[in-house]
Design a protein around this ligand. Structure first.
Ligand SMILES: Cc1cc2nc3c(=O)[nH]c(=O)nc-3n(C[C@H](O)[C@H](O)[C@H](O)COP(=O)(O)OP(=O)(O)OC[C@H]3O[C@@H](n4cnc5c(N)ncnc54)[C@H](O)[C@@H]3O)c2cc1C
Length: 442
């Protein structure tokens, strides 16, 4: 497996201090290794939200499906994210979407965003998964007066785009709303909720197995070959014959599994700290008492929410070089930003720090569909850091497609993204983006 970042990014180091693993350790998610000759109908590569949603949907439809993960289900971003089950997934401008995909393309994307949040809410309810759900929608915090003016001007657009009634909070009222920090005001969109990402993941894995899906861990798929019956997959201890194939590897994808993926994805690091539980007095001192998931509206945003036991989980985009030294530098940077936004919490320890890979595409839209050069093979990836809801939804949609049915997929997601220029050096695009964001403080 050839992957764009150094081995460190794919090792256990970046999640050694992941807060979510306290409640759901990796050992609880372990699955048996794939062994010997296997002959199956559907193989899913990747055991995150995308792969497990595909597997659950297939298994519930009575199909025979096996999920293969290189480590264990939830090893990737799905077991280590910020816990925002929110709108998003696409970074392309509205005008670009309409120009590329025709009239109505933006509405389709908006509908899919809302459907994806509803999809996860429906799963939690139907499967009885207790994932510490909290937060009433999502709050956007203005980092400057100019941004606040923009939010005021855009409020009606948000209402129309999502068919909701958003709420504006002016700077003077932030403390009363429990949203006080170095912000200039807020806009809350009442769609989405926060959750414990590993509890959702574990519940999903259990439900998929209960429905008949088989999960295999420590089973990297290292080679995919086209055969008359479908595909032959190679794993260190197994040879797998499968009729249909679903690729669900997102930010942990390789350039050569399958070769079609080469340069079509760009992993980007996201990094998170979590405080110890805070007392009510500490929350009151800062004036941030809401259990609301929120993000500061910058090009490279900060995202955060108070968990039900009053820990602040606080994340942002990481670096472009994966190494222990760089990781330590990023942790210090995240901590500095946290103290700048919440100065009353300078004394509050942040024992937990972790990072992982999100996934971008050259079109700035997710892909969810059939792989053109590979009959019977499907893929979904590129949620641009918003895959809790969108990855879950796309996984379920892929299952419907793979079974030969139709699926509610926006046109913008169905067209495969082209390859990034610069090939293996494409991380250079991130470095340029980060430098620009720093320069403009946008
Ligand atoms: C720190 C961080 C914070 C984030 N915060 C949020 C958030 O708050 N809200 C939000 O919506 N999104 C967030 N995201 C993004 C979100 O977590 C992802 O978009 C989503 O989890 C992607 O799910 P997935 O199943 O497609 O991929 P992943 O969960 O990354 O799973 C891919 C899996 O594929 C496996 N794999 C790769 N190659 C192979 C192979 N060859 N053989 C076998 N297995 C293989 C990997 O081991 C991995 O387990 C965050 C991501 C990170 C890293």
């Amino acid at each position: 497996m050839k992957r764009p970042f150094a081995d460190y990014a794919y090792s256990a180091e970046p999640i050694r201090r992941c807060h979510w693993a306290d409640a759901v350790p990796g050992a609880d998610l372990a699955a048996p290794t794939a062994q010997g000759d296997m002959d199956i109908d559907y193989a899913v590569i990747g055991g995150g939200y995308t792969g497990l949603n595909a597997a659950l949907r297939l298994a519930e439809a009575g199909e025979q499906v096996v999920v293969f993960d290189a480590e264990h289900p939830g090893w990737g971003a799905s077991g280590r994210n910020g816990g925002f089950c929110c709108l998003g997934g696409t970074r392309a401008e509205d005008e670009t979407l309409e120009r590329r995909h025709g009239e109505g393309a933006v509405d389709e994307v908006r509908r899919a965003e809302v459907a994806s949040v509803d999809h996860v809410a429906g799963l939690l309810d139907r499967l009885g998964i207790d994932a510490d759900r909290h937060s009433e929608g999502e709050t956007i915090l203005a980092h400057s007066e100019a941004k606040m003016r923009q939010l005021r001007a855009e409020q009606a657009d948000y209402d129309a785009a999502y068919g909701v009634k958003t709420t504006l909070v002016e700077k003077a009222d932030l403390r009363a709303a429990g949203l006080n920090g170095r912000f200039h005001g807020a806009l809350t969109v009442p769609v989405g909720f926060a959750l414990h990402p590993r509890k959702y993941l574990a519940g999903l894995a259990k439900a998929a197995e209960a429905a008949g899906a088989r999960l295999r861990g420590r089973s990297p798929i290292t080679r995919i070959e086209r055969k008359s019956y479908g595909y032959q997959l190679s794993s260190p201890a197994a040879k797998i014959r499968t009729r249909k194939l679903i690729i669900a590897t997102n930010g942990y994808s390789s350039e050569d599994v399958p070769e079609w993926m080469r340069s079509r994805f760009l992993p980007a690091q996201s990094s998170v700290i979590a405080t110890r539980p805070m007392t009510q007095a500490e929350l009151d001192a800062q004036g941030w008492t809401a259990h609301q998931m929120a993000y500061e509206d910058r090009r490279l945003l900060h995202y955060f929410h108070l968990t039900p036991d009053n820990r602040m989980v606080f994340g942002q985009r990481g670096g472009v070089i994966a190494s222990a030294g760089n990781e330590a530098r990023i942790e210090r940077k995240v901590r500095r930003d946290f103290e700048r936004l919440f100065p009353e919490w300078k004394h509050v320890e942040t024992p937990d720090y972790w990072s992982g890979m999100v996934c971008l595409t050259a079109t700035l839209t997710p892909f969810c569909g059939a792989i053109p050069e590979m009959p019977g093979a499907y893929a979904a990836f590129g949620y641009h850091g918003n895959g809790v809801a969108m990855g879950s939804y796309c996984g379920a949609m892929l299952a419907d497609l793979a079974r030969g049915g139709t699926a509610e997929i926006p046109r913008a997601f169905a067209r495969p993204p082209g390859r990034f220029p610069l090939g293996p050096m494409r991380r250079g695009w991130l470095a340029a983006e980060y430098a620009f964001a720093r320069l403009t403080n946008a």
